[in-house]
Write a protein that binds this ligand. Sequence first.
Ligand SMILES: [Zn+2]
Length: 253
Amino acid sequence: MPEGDALHRAAAKLQLLVGQRVEVETPHPRAAAKHIAERLDGHTLESVEAVGKNLLLRFAGGVVLRSHLRMTGRWRVEQKGARRVGTPWLVLRGDTHEAVLWNGPVLELARDSARLRRLGPDILEVPPDLDAMLERLRDAVQGREVGEALLDQTLVAGIGNMWKAEALWDVRVSPWATLAGVSDAQVRTALDSAHRMMRASVEGARPLRRVYRRAGRACRRCGGVIRSHPQGEAARTAYWCPGCQRGGTEPRE
Ligand SMILES: [Zn+2]
């Protein structure tokens, strides 16, 4: 699997093309469907950097191409006109060399690279990058409450208030627990739960609400009375069952 170091190596190889106007082709039909060649052909490649598990290729005019390699993607830099067998996703052809992306499952154009760089790993990615999320959550101030941290898009991107509540209930962790108060295993399980629920929802499953907007009603697991209370600076409403979600200091009623 391409890890951070492989991405950094790819970024280093691609430096060869930086500063050049590149011809852009997308031989693979799935890449062609994204109309990337039309947008980028003839533009100058201004920079290439590895950010998290993404390669960001910045072009003149402020357009950024994001390439995430997942399990199978590979960038190669070859002499211009080198013989190839197969259908690459993308070819960037410079003066003397061409960069070729094989099996690049994630390829998209973005305008706002600063925002991209700040965003945490996407909870909906398949598979989710739980290690990278955990790393960011552990780099954060550990006195922060879990229910607030999971909504911080720079730590994990994509978890909304409802899924946060449901995932924490699912794994029996209180939103008021601090990051310091939960184990790596608990954090991973909660993230994995959020991922599964959200993927199911993307694929059309009707969300099963256990705590979200059920304040005052009985917990389906322990019979305790579900509570709600604003949490964090953004004062998003947290929902939890004091009976079976442990940790942290709950607000008074
Ligand atoms: Zn309960």
